[in-house]
Design a binder for this molecule. Structure first.
Ligand code: IVH
Length: 695
C-alpha cells in the first residue's frame, strides 16, 4: 500500500467513491471515519505529545482500518494514515512560482505604534468605513506554507521562499498529520489555496531533541529551526517522523462568496478540517491592547511558540480596498512581543580559531536566561566590534536575543566597569599553533598564518587538499581522512604521501581491508602528477580560489618564483587585490607552510612548467567590464563572473562610464543598464557571456 501521488489516480478513486453501491458506500464511510480517528490520535501522540487513548486502543483502531483496506483494496482511501510514505527521497526541491505572492507583515511594538497603524488604516478608508472591526490572531513562529487543493484533493505544498517563488514540499506536507488530504466539502471548488504556518509544537520539539541527544543525532536550537529543517528534508520518511503541525491563517483562492470576513474564513477552514489557532474580534485599540497583554501572559502555556499577535481588518472587502504598500498589506500588522534583553557579566574574552583560520573573539558570559534559553557564550565578531563597543573582560553587558536570533551584546555598562580592567588586544599569536596572526588591511577578521600547520585548520585543509578541483584524490574519502587525522596517522597534507609506509596498519585500521587500502594508495600515487595551478589551489591559501590559482600559475610559471613574489608583484596579477596579495605573501613567509610544501615535493608531487601567455594576449586584455543584475540561467555569482572576466584579461569596474568596454547585464539589471544604453556601451547578456567563456 502506498499513498497515491498522482492527481489523476486520486480523481479516479474519488469517482469510484461517487458511483458506489450501498454496501461499498458503507465501507468507505467506515474507512473515512477510522481514518479521521487515527489521524486525530496520531496528531495528539506525535505532535502534541499528549496521547488521547491507550496504545492498545490505538493499535486496535489502526488494525481495524488495515483489515478493511486489505479486504477491500479497491476502496482504500488515498489519504489513509496506514499507507507508508510512498514517495522516494527527492534529489532536490523544485521551485514553484506562487499564483499570488506571499508577502510579509509590517511590525508594531507598542500601543502608540498600534494607534499609528490604525490611523493609517482610517486615512485610507471612506467616512462610513472608518474604525473597522479588527480580528486578532496569534503570530505563530514557524514557516509560511501555501497548500493547494484541486476539487478537494491536496495537490501541492510550497514554502514561502522569497515570496514570489518557493520550494515544492508536497510530499513532506502529505506527512503532516493535521493537513487534510481530501476535503469533501471542497469537491466543487476548482482551486482552493490555503496558507498558514508549519510549526513544531514545543512538546514534540522537546521529544525530538531528547531522542536526538540519546542517539547522537542532530539537536535543534529551537522549534522553528526544527520545523524548517524537517520540512526541507528531501526524504519524506524523515519528514514523516518529525512532529509537525499546520495552522491555517488565510484562504487565498477559492473562498466561497458568502464569506466576507477573515474571522468567518477561519471558521470555514475549521469546518473543512484545518487546525486554526485562537481568533479574537476586537472593536478598538484598548480592547486590542488588553488582548495582546493577555496573550503575553498565556504565551508560556501555549503548546507552540509565538512571537506576537497579528492584527487584521476583519472585513475582506475593506482589506482589498486598503491593498498593499510595497511588500506589506495595509490591512494587517504584527504586534510583536518585546525582544528580551538581560544584563550579565562578561567574565572573559577568548580568541578562537575557526576551521578556515579566522580568529574570532568569543565573550564568556556569566550564564543567563535570555528569550527562553541559557546563554553563556556570545560572539564579539572581530577586534573592530570590540573597539566599537569598547568592551573589556569584567564589564557588565546587556545581552539581547529575539526568537532564534543569535545572542548579541547590545550595550556595555561602562559606568559599572571595574577599575583594574584592561583594554582588549588582538593576540599576536594563534592561540592554537602560535603562528603569527595577521589582520589584512581592509579586512575585519584576523587570521592565523599557520594554515597547513595549525591543528585547528588541518582537518579543513586536508579535505580541501584531496578535493576534486585540488589534488583530486578520489579514493581517499573525507571519512577516512578525518579518521586518519584523529588517529594521528595523517597530520599535515604531506603525510598523505607517506600513508603507504603504514600499509599494514591501514589494512587492520577499522577493518579497511587490503583492497580498499590498495585503492586509496593507488589514488594517492596517481595524484602526484598534477598541475601548478591545482597545487596552488590545493595548498589552501586563503583568498586563492581556482581562478586565482590559475592566474598565479600563469603569471609565475613555477613555484619558486611565486614563493618569492613581492606584494607589489602579486598585486599586479589579474584579480588579486591588496588583501589576497598579503595573504599569499604571508602564506609563503610562514616557515611551517614552507616545510609542508617541501615535504610534498620531496614525496614526489610534481607538475610541468607552465607555458606563460603574455597578459596582453588574453582575449579581453585592455577591456574594462562592469557587471550588473543576476545571472539566473547559469547561477554564476557576480564574484565568479568577475574572476572569470579577470582571468580573461579584463579589468572589472563597479560603475559604467564612457570608458567601459562592455556591461554584463543579468536579470533585474537596473540603472547601470540604462546608463550603458545612454552612453552606447556594449551590453552583453547572459547567453552571449556564456558563449564567450565557452560554457
Ligand atoms: S497573515 C500578507 N497570520 O508572519 C501576509 N501571518 O511576518 C499575511 N505568520 O510570512 C500573513 N502567524 O509566516 C499571518 N496568524 C498569522 C500568522 C502569520 C504567523 C507569519 C507568516 C508570515 C509572517 C509575516
Amino acid at each position: 500500500m502506498t499513498k497515491t501521488t498522482t492527481n489523476n489516480c486520486q480523481k479516479a478513486k474519488m469517482n469510484v467513491n461517487k458511483s458506489l453501491n450501498a454496501e461499498q458506500h458503507d465501507i468507505v464511510e467506515k474507512m473515512r471515519s477510522l481514518i479521521k480517528e487515527v489521524r486525530k490520535h496520531n496528531y495528539a501522540y506525535y505532535v502534541m505529545d499528549t496521547p488521547s487513548i491507550s496504545d492498545n486502543e490505538y493499535d486496535q483502531l489502526r488494525l481495524s482500518l488495515i483489515e478493511l483496506e486489505e479486504r477491500y483494496p479497491d476502496l482504500t482511501q488515498s489519504d489513509s494514515p496506514t499507507a507508508s510514505v510512498g514517495d522516494n527521497p527527492l534529489p532536490s526541491f523544485s521551485q514553484v512560482q506562487h499564483d499570488i505572492p506571499m508577502l510579509s507583515l509590517g511590525n508594531v511594538f507598542s500601543k502608540d505604534e498600534l494607534i499609528e497603524f490604525m490611523r493609517r488604516v482610517n486615512d485610507k478608508l471612506g467616512d462610513s468605513d472608518k474604525d473597522p472591526a479588527y480580528e486578532v490572531e496569534l503570530k505563530l513562529d514557524g514557516l509560511a506554507v501555501s497548500l493547494k487543493y484541486h476539487n478537494g484533493q491536496f495537490v501541492r505544498g510550497v514554502t514561502r521562499g522569497d515570496g514570489q517563488t518557493g520550494e515544492d514540499i508536497t510530499q513532506n506536507a502529505k506527512t503532516i498529520n493535521n493537513i487534510p488530504l481530501i476535503i469533501e466539502e471542497a469537491f466543487d471548488i476548482d482551486v482552493l489555496e490555503v496558507r498558514g504556518e508549519v510549526l513544531m509544537p514545543k512538546a514534540g520539539f522537546e521529544r525530538l531533541n531528547r531522542e536526538a541527544k540519546a542517539s547522537d543525532g542532530k539537536v535543534f536550537a529551537n522549534p522553528r529551526n526544527a520545523a524548517a529543517g524537517s520540512l526541507r528534508q528531501l526524504d519524506p520518511a524523515i519528514a514523516a517522523s518529525r512532529p509537525l503541525a499546520f495552522y491555517a491563517y488565510s484562504v487565498n483562492q477559492g473562498l466561497p462568496e458568502h464569506i466576507t470576513k477573515q474571522s468567518e474564513a477561519l471558521g470555514w477552514l475549521k469546518e473543512l478540517g484545518f487546525t486554526v489557532s485562537a481568533v479574537k474580534l476586537v472593536k478598538d485599540v484598548d480592547e486590542l491592547q488588553a488582548y495582546y497583554e493577555s496573550v503575553i501572559d498565556m504565551r508560556d502555556s501555549l503548546p507552540f511558540e509565538i512571537d506576537g499577535t497579528v492584527i487584521k481588518v476583519d472585513n475582506l472587502q475593506l482589506q482589498s480596498q486598503l491593498g498593499y504598500l510595497s511588500r506589506e498589506p495595509r490591512w494587517a500588522t504584527a504586534y510583536k512581543f518585546p525582544a528580551e534583553t538581560v544584563m550579565t557579566k562578561l567574565n572573559a574574552i577568548e580568541w578562537q580559531v575557526g576551521r578556515t583560520g579566522q580568529i574570532t573573539p568569543v565573550g564568556k558570559l556569566e550564564p543567563v536566561q535570555v528569550g527562553g534559553v541559557t546563554v553563556s557564550n556570545v560572539t564579539l565578531h572581530n577586534i573592530g566590534e570590540i573597539q566599537r563597543l569598547d568592551v573589556r573582560a569584567g564589564d557588565t553587558v546587556s545581552v539581547h536575543r529575539a526568537g532564534d536570533v543569535i545572542p548579541k551584546v547590545t550595550r556595555v555598562w561602562h559606568e559599572l566597569r571595574p577599575e583594574d580592567s584592561q583594554p582588549v588586544m588582538l593576540p599576536s599569536q594563534c592561540p592554537v599553533c602560535h603562528s603569527p596572526v595577521i589582520l589584512p588591511e581592509g579586512e575585519a577578521l584576523a587570521r592565523c598564518t599557520g594554515e597547513l600547520f595549525c591543528p585547528a585548520q588541518q582537518q579543513e585543509a586536508l579535505i580541501h587538499f584531496v578535493s576534486r578541483k585540488a589534488m583530486d584524490i578520489d579514493g581517499l574519502g573525507e571519512r577516512w581522512l578525518i579518521s586518519f587525522f584523529e588517529h594521528g596517522i595523517v597530520k599535515t597534507v604531506a603525510d598523505i604521501y607517506h600513508l603507504h609506509e603504514h600499509k599494514e596498519d591501514l589494512i587492520t585500521f577499522e577493518k579497511l581491508g587490503e583492497k580498499s587500502v590498495n585503492n586509496i594508495l593507488a589514488a594517492i600515487e596517481d595524484s602526484k602528477k598534477t598541475t601548478l595551478s591545482r597545487f596552488i589551489y590545493a595548498i589552501g591559501i586563503k583568498g586563492v580560489g581556482e581562478t586565482t590559482a590559475q592566474n598565479l600559475a600563469q603569471r609565475y610559471g613555477d613555484l619558486p618564483a611565486l614563493m618569492e613574489a613581492s606584494i607589489e608583484s602579486l598585486e599586479a596579477v589579474p584579480d588579486i587585490g591588496s588583501v589576497t596579495a598579503e595573504l599569499v605573501y604571508s602564506f609563503f613567509r610562514a616557515e611551517h607552510n614552507v616545510e609542508v610544501i617541501k615535504a610534498l615535493i620531496a614525496a614526489g608531487v610534481h607538475w610541468d612548467k607552465v607555458e606563460q601567455v603574455a597578459t596582453e594576449q588574453l582575449p579581453l586584455s585592455g577591456e574594462t567590464w562592469v557587471i550588473t543584475g543576476t545571472l539566473v540561467e547559469s547561477g554564476i555569482s557576480r564574484d565568479e563572473a568577475k574572476e572569470i572576466l579577470q582571468s580573461m584579461g579584463a579589468k572589472v569596474s563597479g560603475s559604467v562610464s564612457a570608458k567601459t568596454s562592455a556591461l554584463l547585464a543579468g536579470e533585474k539589471a537596473g540603472s547601470k543598464l540604462t546608463k550603458a544604453q545612454d552612453l552606447g556601451v556594449r551590453v552583453v547578456e547572459e547567453a552571449e557571456f556564456l558563449q564567450l567563456i565557452g560554457r
